[in-house]
Design a protein around this ligand. Sequence first.
Ligand code: DGL
Length: 267
Amino acid sequence: MHKENQNIDNSEPIGVFDSGIGGTSIWNEINLLLPSENSIYLADSKHAPYGIRSKEEIIRLSDKNTSLLLNKGCKIIVIACNTATTNAISYLRKKYDVPFIGIEPAIKPASLKTESKIIGILATKGTLSSSLFQETTNLYKQGIEIIEQEGTGIVELIENGKLDSEEMTLLLRSYVLPMVERGIDHLVLGCSHYPYLIPNLRKILPESITIIDSGYAVAIQTKAVLTQFNLLNKNSDAGQHQFYTNGTAEVLNLILGNRFTVLVKDF
Ligand code: DGL
């Protein structure tokens, strides 16, 4: 557990990383809930997708991102990536003495709310095959069928700015319509890139199917942990934000609505 440290400057930024631009969906929720917090976001787009990599590679990349953020003075690290969380968070927590917030697929709320007792989850191969995901799923699957679907190719299309392409529509239909046929009433989005697909998915899915993602829960947890460790920024001005990518600035700018300066660096 992180030691309470009176010497940490509360105005230091929250560090957020993802394999690319998807974690900005989590960053948005944090920024909405905690508008006075400063932040640094790392989009490791050069190494996306993480979801097809080995656990060792995901740990190595997550470690590199964490170390960069800590060198920039971050007071807490938000792993805005399900794949990195499910494969690397326990390693990172052992190695570094700062609080870590992770994101995991929202299996629990979906399994508590389902009436058809069939839920679907769309996530990366890396998340679905992780032991953390399997352990969580085992806790909630009594009497419930959980249909797992790998979202192969989706992250690549988003990273290439093809959110609204015909290719994306075809891919999404091929992944979610079989789950609809099997009677799901909840679809869990188990990857931080996927909330950007909600408008696309709403056009494909029947209205009766609820889409669940974990972004708001991560923001709530971030606030709780900052409060617990007395790390909330005492300055109430609007936070300052830095966005770094090792890919191209274009797609990150697009997804952020051109509201911030995006710095392109090799990391
Ligand atoms: N945003 C990452 C996640 O939440 C995408 C993983 C990937 O790069 O494959 O899992």
